[in-house]
Write a protein that binds this ligand. Structure first.
Ligand code: C2E
Ligand code: MG
Ligand code: MG
Ligand code: MG
Length: 286
């Protein structure tokens, strides 16, 4: 799978499987080093209310810049990290950073702010995920302050496909600790919709592939309208991903979509920039 990432970026060769494996091993090694040396970054992309345009939350997104490879596409290195098992450690780091910024920004600017974190399927097969979620909960109880982190975990339909009782129990336990759950890339998996009834999710995030042709693309317009109606019927909130134009926003208003995220609203940005963005909108509370 050749991927154009622009000048100075990393290219992934598909003409030679051996070479491809070597490349992967090489990236895996560099990634390992990056984790140890704390070179991964967490960026944030605003999520706003469709009706009012007001900020509600932000999605935390991994970024990695390597001296040799340049900026590496997150989909690429997350996939490598999933295959190698590194995602478990990386995922814990992501949770801790998100916890840190959540407390900081809620205290400083805006107490209702929530942050969304992506969690890989693999992490649900490692007990450290739940232990970390529990630790975050316990710490917030101990401090008992109103700046306790508000975190939302983004999972994928693939996780629910297994339909295992163990996974469902884990999701229930996470919910009981006050974390929210959303289904990322909704509509791209091939799961049966019946899981929506059984799993304790709060939100569906409509995949950007459904949003991008709107409003002209009649088929996608029909699908998006139906997804919003179905989700609302099940008491779920809906976020539209990949909103790039005013016309798409207008369409989402018409179909009563709750929240949206996309380049039209704001691009993912480094934590410092997101903090400046917050300070332009809110007066510091302390
Ligand atoms: P995702 O969770 O579906 O994240 C949304 C992706 O859409 C992000 O890509 C974001 O930059 C991009 N995006 C947002 N608005 C727009 C828009 O208006 N137009 C377009 N074309 N794209 C938009 P990104 O940052 O490259 O991340 C790709 C994927 O990598 C994520 O998809 C997620 O699956 C994975 N990922 C990123 N960070 C993490 C992480 O901390 N943990 C795990 N497990 N996966 C992560
Ligand atoms: Mg996501
Ligand atoms: Mg998504
Ligand atoms: Mg995605």
């Amino acid at each position: 799978r050749a991927k154009e990432l622009g000048p100075g970026n990393y290219h992934f060769f598909n003409d030679d499987i051996n070479r491809c494996t070597q490349e992967k091993l090489h990236v895996e090694l560099l990634l390992h080093k990056a984790v140890e040396e704390e070179q991964l970054q967490l960026w944030f992309q605003p999520i706003v209310d469709v009706e009012s345009g007001e900020l509600v939350s932000a999605e935390a997104l991994l970024r990695w810049h390597d001296q040799e490879l340049g900026w590496v596409d997150p989909e690429h290195f997350v996939e490598i990290a999933e295959t190698s098992g590194q995602i478990n450690t990386i995922g814990l780091w992501v949770l801790r950073r998100a916890e840190f910024y959540s407390k900081r920004w809620r205290a400083k600017f805006f107490n209702e702010l929530s942050l969304a974190v992506n969690v890989s399927v693999n992490q649900f097969h490692d007990s450290r995920l739940f232990a970390e979620v529990k630790r975050i909960y316990d710490d917030s109880q101990r401090l008992n302050d109103n700046e306790a982190p508000r975190l939302e975990l983004e999972i994928t339909e693939r996780l629910l496909l297994s339909d295992s009782e163990r996974i469902r129990q884990q999701l229930n336990d996470i919910r009981k600790l006050g974390f929210e759950l959303s289904i990322d890339d909704f509509g791209t998996g091939y799961s049966s919709l019946s899981y929506l009834k059984r799993c304790p999710v709060n939100t569906v995030k409509i995949d950007k592939s459904f949003i991008q042709g709107l409003p002209e693309d009649r088929e996608n317009a029909t699908l998006v309208t139906a997804i919003v109606a179905m989700a609302h019927g099940l008491n779920l909130k809906v976020i539209a991903e990949g909103v790039e134009s005013e016309a798409q926003w207008t369409f989402l208003k018409q179909v009563n979509c709750d929240l949206m995220q996309g380049f039209h609203v704001g691009r993912p940005m480094p934590a410092e920039d997101f903090e400046s963005f917050l300070s332009e909108q809110y007066t510091e509370r302390c």
